[in-house]
Design a protein around this ligand. Structure first.
Ligand code: DOR
Ligand code: ZN
Ligand code: ZN
Length: 374
């Protein structure tokens, strides 16, 4: 048994569903699942109901998170067609701005160039007013994170350059996208990106087996797209899960059949074993993992360090991922049945044991909500 001691991981892309969809997940179940995966900081997306699109809603979401979270939580604000950039007065209390440029779960898609211009421009103006976030992040605000697929990738790259805003492209899944981003980086453009475990370890060839449990946005891609992500690993700044739980009933797998199940799959508690399995196979180094799950997300989002925080992993433990072992409220994983190496044994957050051998020990509310007034 070989024990590795890792820093607490950051999952820079999760949907904890509160408020509005607590039957899928809430701040307790979602952060408990995070601890089980060795993740001690999560960044939560704004496509809740109501969406996190105004200062009041951000403050309300921070209250909800503070009451229940067992790990640290940063909150994104989101742009909407109807409210535009109403979040701006509270932008410094968010980890970043999320813009949906393509269709997905929720109603946050921005579909006019006119509004996109405004959103990039006002984020840049607000960042200049604030001027400073942290020693690691000299920008006054977090980046603009975009759900942008295919042609929307160069469109967002152009806008971010026009307004001099740091751009982060979430869940890159296609060869064309990662090659565009790599080339932009070579030209000195201020862009970062992330890839999810499902786009690295699954492809559309898994769809017949997975059915609606393999449906998410971006969709599972071709084996060549998957190969491109691995080929261009150097251009992938962050591994993040896009943890997006929906119930088995909503996926049409319990009770009545469902005509169009919502896209999205949980992932926050399976990322580390999947990555450690790639380390075991020699496809990644442990350094690659720590770089992309700790160092880079902290730098890109200006996240505070967590002192006395350690994740103890038995890197030789060999077992099969199972639905029953999951802490997420929805109780399933698209990786069920997959043999993996690496089991989280213990998580210590700020000196306290918060997770041990499958059990969450932290009290609800013991996590911190980042960037809030004290
Ligand atoms: O598959 C997805 N599900 N992609 C997204 O971008 C949103 C997410 C969700 O919130 O369910
Ligand atoms: Zn997305
Ligand atoms: Zn997402």
């Amino acid at each position: 048994m070989a024990i590795e001691r890792l820093p607490g991981l950051v999952d820079a892309h999760v949907h904890l569903r509160e408020p509005g969809y607590e039957h899928k997940e809430d701040f307790y179940t979602g952060t408990a699942a995070a601890l089980a995966g060795g993740v001690t900081t999560v960044l939560d997306m704004p496509n809740t109901n109501p969406p996190t699109s105004t200062p009041e809603r951000l403050a309300e979401k921070a209250r909800l998170a503070q009451a229940k979270a067992v790990c640290d939580v940063g909150l994104f604000v989101g742009a909407t067609r109807t409210e535009g950039d109403a979040y701006l007065p509270a932008a410094h209390r968010a980890c970043g701005l999320k813009i949906y440029v393509n269709d997905t779960f929720g109603s946050l898609r921005i579909d006019t160039l006119d509004l996109l211009h405004r959103l990039f421009r006002t984020w840049a103006e607000r960042a200049a007013q604030i001027g400073y976030r942290s020693p690691e992040n000299p920008h006054g605000l977090g980046p603009v994170a975009v759900h942008a697929e295919e042609l929307m990738v160069p469109a967002c790259l152009a806008l971010s350059q026009l307004y001099d805003v740091p751009l982060h492209v979430v869940h890159v899944s296609r060869r064309s996208e990662i090659e565009t981003i790599r080339r932009a980086k070579e030209r000195g453009v201020q862009v970062t990106c992330e890839a999810t475990p499902h786009h690295l370890f699954l492809s559309m060839e898994d769809l017949p087996r997975l059915g609606s449990l393999g449906d998410m946005r971006p969709r599972l891609a071709t084996p060549d797209d998957v190969a491109a992500l691995w080929e261009h690993l150097a251009a992938i700044d962050i591994f993040a899960t896009d943890h997006a739980p929906h119930t088995l009933a909503e996926k049409g797998l319990q009770g009545q059949p469902v005509e169009s199940p919502p896209p999205g799959v949980p992932g926050v508690e399976t990322m580390l074993p999947l990555l450690l399995t790639a380390v075991h196979a020699g496809r990644l180094t442990l350094e690659d993992v720590v770089q992309r799950c700790v160092t880079a997300p902290r730098r890109i989002y200006g996240l505070p360090e967590q002192p006395d925080t350690v994740v103890e992993v038995d890197v030789d433990a060999h077992y099969t991922l199972e639905n029953q072992a999951m802490h997420t409220r929805v109780g399933w994983t698209p990786f069920a049945g997959m043999p993996v190496y690496g089991r989280v044994q213990r998580v210590i957050l700020r000196g306290r044991t918060v997770y041990e051998e499958g059990r969450v020990l932290a009290e609800p509310g013991s996590g911190r909500v980042l960037f809030q007034p004290t």
